[in-house]
Design a protein around this ligand. Structure first.
Ligand SMILES: [Zn+2]
Ligand SMILES: [Zn+2]
Length: 279
């Protein structure tokens, strides 16, 4: 870890560093040549590339360095519960509280304990003394990961993802979450990173849906991802193959989209003034 970190820390503008044997040894602080060489040899090929001009991280080495950096400060960083002002009050009338613990941002109702959000956020991405910066960092992170998943790319390892709409029994009960009518589950085929959520909420990152929402004051890229301040309904048209119909309603306009099993929009219809006419 020291050798990988030293190569990572020596990197900066313009790319990852290449260090000579002695530069790398000095950076790791291991004085004994044989001891240092023994550990370096173990890393060469898989994590460290032995080049003519020195040693550099391989792609696996870069991934390992990222994991080391992400892990630093995790155990020591905590933010005590505070009111999450940007979220609506819970349907039970309770107040949504947020806090940071064990590397994760949490948001939960203080009355009914319903979990609103639970997601890893780097302790380096916010100021522990300022809870607003934690809220912003969590919102950015979740938005990035959800939108990447909707585009079919794992935000962690860049692998392909697979969507499913079936619920493992007891998941929501275990996590204190309330089950929606249909819940989406998306998992990386390679690293198994997964996310749960409502279909209508996840699908908002689709261009057609996001532009409908954004031009009516609800930009999904800027609003906190746990709010869902827009109305929508969902309907299963077919489960083999999956065809789901989502209807979003804002400012009297209605957007109806049909999505497939990967949340790709395969059909859509915009009806402006739809709600007024019905009234
Ligand atoms: Zn509640
Ligand atoms: Zn992955």
């Amino acid at each position: 870890m020291g050798i990988i970190s030293a190569l990572g820390e020596a990197s900066g503008e313009g790319g990852y560093a290449t260090l000579s044997f002695s530069e790398l040894q000095e950076a790791t602080g291991i004085e004994d040549n044989g001891h240092f060489n023994y550990h370096l040899k173990k890393l060469v090929e898989e994590f460290v590339e032995d080049r003519e001009d020195g040693y550099a991280l391989t792609l696996a080495g870069i991934r390992a360095y990222q994991a080391i950096v992400a892990q630093q400060q995790l155990p020591s960083t905590e933010v005590a519960p505070f009111d999450l002002h940007s979220a609506d009050e819970c349907h039970c009338g309770g107040v949504i509280e947020a806090w940071y613990e064990n590397g994760r941002f949490h948001a939960e109702c203080n009355e009914c304990d319903e979990s609103i959000q639970y997601y890893p956020v780097s302790p380096r991405s916010f100021d522990v003394a300022d809870p607003d910066t934690l809220v912003t960092a969590a919102a950015r992170r979740i938005t990035r990961d959800e939108s990447s998943m909707v585009r079919g790319v794992c935000p962690y390892c860049t692998g392909n993802v697979t969507w499913s709409f079936e619920m493992p029994e007891g998941y929501w009960a275990e996590n204190g979450m309330q089950q929606e009518d249909i819940v989406s589950h998306v998992a990386c085929d390679d690293c198994a990173w997964f996310m749960y959520g409502t279909i209508g909420g996840k699908a908002r990152f689709n261009t057609i849906i996001s532009s409908f929402l954004a031009t009516r004051g609800h930009d999904p890229w800027r609003e906190p991802p746990w709010g869902e301040p827009f109305e929508y309904t969902e309907r299963v048209l077919s489960d083999d193959p999956w065809r789901l119909e989502l209807t979003y309603e804002l400012e009297g306009d209605e957007l109806t989209v049909t999505v497939d099993g990967s949340l790709n929009v395969i059909d859509h219809e915009l009806t402006e003034g739809a709600v007024d006419r019905e009234d």
